[in-house]
Design a protein around this ligand. Sequence first.
Ligand code: AMP
Length: 419
Amino acid sequence: MTFDDFKLDDSLMEGLYSMGYKQPTPIQQQAIPVILDNKDLIACAQTGTGKTAAYLLPIINHILHAPTRHLNTLIIAPTRELVLQIDQQIDGMGYFCSVGSIAIYGGNDGIAWSNQKHALEEGVDIICATPGRLMALLQSGDINFEHLQHLVLDEADRMLDMGFFDDIKTIINYLPKKRQTIMFSATMPPKIRMLANQIANQPEQINIAISKPAAGIVQQAYVVYDNQKQALIKEILKNPDFQSVIIFSSTKDNVKLLEKELRLIDGSVKAFHSDLEQAEREEIMREFKGRRLRILIGTDILSRGIDVEGISLVVNYDAPGDPEDYIHRIGRTARASKAGVAITFINQRDQGKFSRIEDLMGIEVPKIALPAELGEGPKYDPEANKREFKKTGGGHGKKSFGGKGKSNFKGKPGGKPRR
Ligand code: AMP
């Protein structure tokens, strides 16, 4: 199947190819025809499957063929980060067609408010919002949903985990009853099914199963305070069985810091990051493949596509953001049916995140006691982490909308959104 099979608008196809999409992913193959057909949809798919484009492409196509342009689509997503990612994808795909979107998320300063109001007054096709912020805007009466055609709930399970169930029900009360409802969720617990039954009309269902880690990987985790991580990694690396090691850290800066620190105990360590020249990166990979380098430290750019056999240990120095990243990272070990060990350090902040990864894989990763000389680690209580998240409103309200008072309008190249 190719994108041509969907008969999308030419301008949309141009945007798609400029983003480098050649083949539709499985979720796109299944979801795009259903949404083009105006049916409601409940899809079980994780981040990394191409789920965002799976709903954006058919929706933008509908917008391009709408007889008149009004606020057409509301996308609700749990966090500011996700809202921004979705908005960026609308920008990319809609680059050659004049589709306007606005991202609405946390922040309560006056500039943010006036930016949002200004954007809404000028008119947009798509609003992409976190539930908390959207509630505030709805109460101020600034959004007219009269002509809304599509509602998308993205990462619905996460929104419910974060305590947004009631907010979502309230928001839906503001929307026209006759609309297309599309729901994406990484998992399908009973509460999600219940919500789906209440808000969707005879929805089609699609289920894209998450990939499973290879059977030969021994997975373990340590629950740690951040200030215990360095001592712990040094302790683990004392084990001579681990002759070929990849360590994943969350940022380039952390990768560089960790390289310096580990060099104190083992000269055979190098950092792999985007500041290096291509030739340097290739040389590091050659050394690692040739077993002349024992320890490689990197960010997620290391996790995909690297095919080195016989890696004995993968360490997630920082827990990865989503299950697909976790599976890609630990999949660097135990390749070609060999055994391998994957160890994850879970600090307090990452407990809820790691428990979601476990939920999705359907397994519980054993938590190993810290070596006595490191002292006690924190208690493992991912539920407390989720409760805390809910109490503080998670990622909401910390930063202002749109950044530094800049209009967040998106639309045709260099232009404004149109109706
Ligand atoms: P998502 O699951 O929507 O978060 O998408 C994961 C990543 O895959 C994003 O960086 C997308 O830009 C990318 N992506 C989505 N669809 C395709 C495709 N058909 N071909 C290549 N990349 C894609």
